[in-house]
Design a protein around this ligand. Structure first.
Ligand SMILES: Nc1ncnc2c1ncn2[C@@H]1O[C@H](COP(=O)(O)OP(=O)(O)OP(=O)(O)O)[C@@H](O)[C@H]1O
Length: 347
């Protein structure tokens, strides 16, 4: 799974368990993956698949009232945060790893001007910085975020800015400590489509210019194909498929990945004569299982009718297809059964 370059983030066999009324529920179940230096990794999955709980585990943001345990290893730049004091982790947040939240308004305080808020975070990450230095660096950062008039934005309140500008400010805040990894929680889902592309382009530019690794979560395969180097497909707290963007989008193996890809609206009808005929959307039948119930076997099996029972493993494992492409459960082999060369026939 690792091509030899440095891993900024290493997750090994992570299981996150919550306390719920009447018991416990594991919302992330034995997941393992790495984010390499300079890499853009995107986790995709339906609502309830465990994307947020994965990043909340990495950021240690699951509320104390909810968390029962984190088991496994979460290494940030070589250090296991699950064996670290809260104080040390607080020091790492911002400097090695930082969050760009889904909705900029949750990261910004409506009662303070933008400049004051960015400067405050800057001074948290650079304890010795004077006010003057913090102001200078804040203006430079706002400028680097493609903000045309940094002075004006510096003196504005959040509500005076457009959604796109607010998201640029939030990205600037995440960069104040020059982190090695940015975790982006659906950073474009609150924006309209044209702004979505601008924010993805900005994150791409940050990745290229500063070499910052980016771990993003989304439910949108459009975002995956536009932005990702590698993709993880999550379902019911597990990883079902993982590979380069080319492998997962052009050669999907797991029936869930295939199902998600079929859900992408086909807009080719826009250029066709028979417009009405072409306006068909797909969906995956059934729903994500209730994790509070004991789940055995392939978690996706109840939602696929075309794959016979004996293709599913009783304890599904991750199977290596290439050095980068992995898929859970042998059910993917059903799609290859007619291929003479088996897996060789996939590519
Ligand atoms: N506060 C909570 N109490 C109990 N269970 C929760 C809580 N928050 C999330 N869960 C459960 O954890 C599982 C994973 O949810 P999670 O929010 O990580 O999914 P997600 O893929 O991020 O979905 P979304 O895109 O809707 O945010 C789901 O089964 C969900 O019901």
């Amino acid at each position: 799974m690792n091509n030899g370059s440095t891993n900024i983030l290493e997750i090994e066999n992570l299981t996150t368990t919550l306390r719920i009324p009447g018991g416990k529920v594991s919302v992330v179940e034995g997941i393992s993956f790495n984010v390499k230096a300079g890499e853009k990794l995107v986790i995709v999955g339906e609502s309830g698949s465990g994307k947020s709980m994965t990043i909340n585990s990495i950021l240690q943001m699951v509320p104390d009232s909810l968390i029962d345990s984190y088991k496994g290893i979460i290494k940030i730049d070589g250090e296991n945060i699950l064996e670290m004091s809260k104080r040390k982790f607080k020091d790492i947040r911002g400097k090695k790893i930082s969050l760009v939240a889904q909705n900029a308004m949750t990261s910004l305080d409506p009662s303070y001007k933008i400049g004051k808020q960015v400067m405050e975070i800057y001074r948290h990450n650079h304890k010795k910085a004077s006010k003057e230095e913090a102001k200078k660096e804040t203006l430079i950062l706002l400028d680097k975020m493609g903000i045309k008039n940094p002075e004006h934005v510096f003196h504005s309140y959040p509500h005076e800015l457009s959604g796109g500008l607010r998201q640029r400010v939030v990205i600037a805040m995440a960069l104040t400590g020059n982190p090695k990894l940015i975790i982006a929680d659906e950073p474009t889902s609150a924006l309209d489509p044209t702004l979505q592309l601008q924010i993805l382009d900005l994150l791409n530019e940050i990745n290229q210019k500063f070499g910052t690794s980016i771990l993003m979560i989304t439910h949108d395969f459009g975002v995956v194909s536009y932005f990702a180097d590698r993709v993880i497909v999550m379902y019911a707290g597990e990883i079902l498929e993982m590979g380069t963007v080319d492998e997962v989008i052009n050669y999907p193996l797991h029936p869930y990945t295939k199902g998600l890809l079929k859900c992408i609206p086909d807009l080719s009808w826009l250029d066709k004569e028979d417009k009405i005929e072409k306006r068909k959307l797909s969906s995956i039948s059934g729903e994500v299982p209730n994790l509070a119930k004991k789940l055995t076997g392939c978690r996706f099996a109840p939602r696929v009718s075309d794959i016979p029972e004996d293709y599913h493993e009783s304890s599904p494992k991750m199977h290596k297809i290439t050095d980068t492409h992995w898929v859970r459960c042998t059910c993917y082999q059903y799609y290859l059964k007619d291929s003479i060369a088996g897996l060789e026939g996939v590519k």
